[in-house]
Design a protein around this ligand. Sequence first.
Ligand code: XMP
Length: 327
Amino acid sequence: MADNVRPASMERITTEALAKDFITEQISALRAQIGDKKVLLALSGGVDSSVVAALLIKAVGRQLVCVHVNHGLLRKGEPEQVIKVFRDEMDANLIYVDAADRFLGKLAGVDDPETKRKIIGAEFIEVFAEEAAKLDGISFLAQGTIYPDIIESDKGVKAHHNVGGLPEGMDFELVEPIKLLYKDEVRVVGKALGLPDGMVYRQPFPGPGLGVRCTGAITRDRLEAVRESDAILRDEFAAAGLEGKVWQYFTVVPDYKSTGVRDGLRSWDWPVIIRAVNTRDAMSATIEEIPYSLLHKITERIINEVPGVNRVLYDLTPKPTGTIEWE
Ligand code: XMP
């Protein structure tokens, strides 16, 4: 499709001034496309959907209906941030769906990674479709498609990526205002739209969320250990000035226990594995050389603050041979 090809003449958006020009153009294009109709958007809180939401709020205000599905596999503080930024600060028409019990119920006892991904993807579409069915008069569906998604889907790469594709049987016209932009341009536009840095410069986060970092069959207590240890890691990386410098960093809590000792008694608890990598395109990756002093500090906090954990390990594996995620 011709309108899915970035024109050679299109200047790379690298400055605030260029971002503002893009925003002005898009606001009029969106108003022309949407008129007085309503638009629906699945707002995950990731950079792409957040930028699309902010653009649409500027263009059509409360004609945009955002649905934020909390699948229970989000990082600590994420749903709260989406509500604060969009509902409280931008006055968005935001529907928040706490579907954690539904997702965790469907995932109970499922240990195969690809089956877990499929369940999460299918359930997401189901929840989103149910919300859409409750609404009247929606004509458009907005999506945070970006240019690499178009290039990669043409090549057939990344088939399982990105939950929240167009639900089947949903007869909406698509609104995709950032589909010709590269990721770095989306960030420049997001910054110019006034989105917080924590949203604009966010590290990549997989659609299935913490679900692929709680390896094997997910249990609520081990999922909490992933969420809490991830929050400590992010906190300490930010304090050490590594936020925005290291490409992706997170923790994994495998379905495995080892003997430990705490308060003079034997314990039988999980290890937390720290992963921190740098890459250009996620096809290959090298590890970040975290200073030992920082590793000690993070370890100390995790073993003292996260229930059910008695060890901390650092994954030294490059990609290949290890993938970035553990599942
Ligand atoms: P791997 O683990 O394949 O990850 O080295 C490469 C990049 O892709 C992300 N990733 C996913 N993103 N849905 C997504 O939206 C997924 O199922 C998924 N699996 C991996 C991963 O976080 C890394 O940035």
